[in-house]
Design a protein around this ligand. Structure first.
Ligand code: ASP
Length: 307
């Protein structure tokens, strides 16, 4: 069958000055994933590669460029899931890794476990010969400045709804020529989070889900809301009930808001190879390959929204 791929580079209030870099990063991720799918490669390889590229790009809050927690440290979350076997690998609150999505893939393939956290995850990365990175290597000046601003706000609490503070996550979902689907997500999590805080992103069914019978989905947005409605699984369940990728994405985001008041975005691919996305945040950066083979990469905004 004809492969398909859709990636996102965050949904929130995306700062206008990052549009150009962000669109370029999303486009590069689509190109990298598509190069794999177009030569008959697997959806799993495509989503891993697309996400790893965005982890390497400092404009995104994933891998290099991630948000700092309240201790000024970076703790990363990621997941990858194979829709053919329902195998998954995930990593949470890990430090000093540039590509958590690649570590998630190693956890999926080379351990009997699905989710490793913190120091254990880091030790496994070291054991597998992954390069460990100093905190400084992952930290960018933009995030240090943001951290200082948060520090200055006395009594600051991680907000429950939409705030002007951008969050970020990157993700990709794909279907390959064999009809296998896969999903991957990676994030530095919410800015100024409590040390040890884990969001929806590495949680199976919340941050991502993939099942050949039901397509694949990956989310971004307020993790504490997303996990309450198991957003990715909610979308793929809808696909299994007969919704298209777009209908399922719309349905999942409407449900997120109706049930939790939360904000976020989602990308979906269905088993027929159609892609869809939806968001109730002001913006969402998305990219996919159109039917004619050209790439759409854009920071989308709500109809009638500003900026
Ligand atoms: N969902 C992520 C989290 O809560 C953040 C985001 O997507 O912006 O960790």
């Amino acid at each position: 069958m004809k492969p398909a791929l859709i990636v996102h580079g965050d949904a929130w209030e995306i700062e206008a000055e990052t549009y150009t870099e962000r669109i370029a990063g999303v486009r590069a991720a689509v190109e990298a994933g598509w190069a794999i799918l177009a030569r008959g490669g697997s959806a799993l390889d495509a989503v891993e590669q697309a996400v790893a590229l965005m982890e390497d790009d400092p404009v995104f809050n994933a891998g290099v460029g991630s948000a700092l927690n309240r201790d000024g440290e970076i703790e990363l979350d990621a997941i990858i899931m194979d829709g053919r076997t329902l195998a998954l690998g995930a990593v949470a609150a890990v430090r000093g890794i540039t590509n958590p999505v690649r570590l998630a893939r190693l956890i999926m393939e080379d351990t009997e476990h699905s989710l490793l956290v913190g120091e254990g995850a880091r030790r496994f990365a070291e054991m597998k010969g992954m390069r460990l990175a100093a905190q400084a290597e992952l930290t960018v000046p933009r995030e240090v400045e943001r951290f200082r601003r948060f520090q200055m706000q006395a009594g600051y609490r991680v907000p429950a709804g939409l705030t002007p503070n951008p969050m970020d996550t990157v993700g990709a979902v794909a279907i390959d020529v064999q009809g296998n689907v896969a999903a991957a997500t990676s994030t530095g999590g919410v800015h100024f989070k409590m040390p040890g805080r884990v969001g929806d992103s590495p949680l199976v069914g919340s941050g991502a889900y993939a099942d050949n019978r039901a397509g694949a989905a990956a989310t971004t947005g307020h993790g504490e809301s997303i996990m309450r409605v198991v957003l990715s699984k909610t979308a793929t369940d809808a696909v299994e009930r007969g919704f298209s990728a777009q209908e399922a994405a719309d349905y999942a985001i409407a449900l997120l808001h109706e049930r939790t008041g939360g904000y976020g975005g989602i990308i979906v691919v269905d088993p027929q190879g159609r892609v869809g996305y939806a968001y109730n945040t002001p913006h969402m950066a998305v990219g996919w390959v159109r039917d004619d083979g050209t790439i759409h990469a854009q920071v989308e905004r709500q109809p009638g929204g500003e900026g």
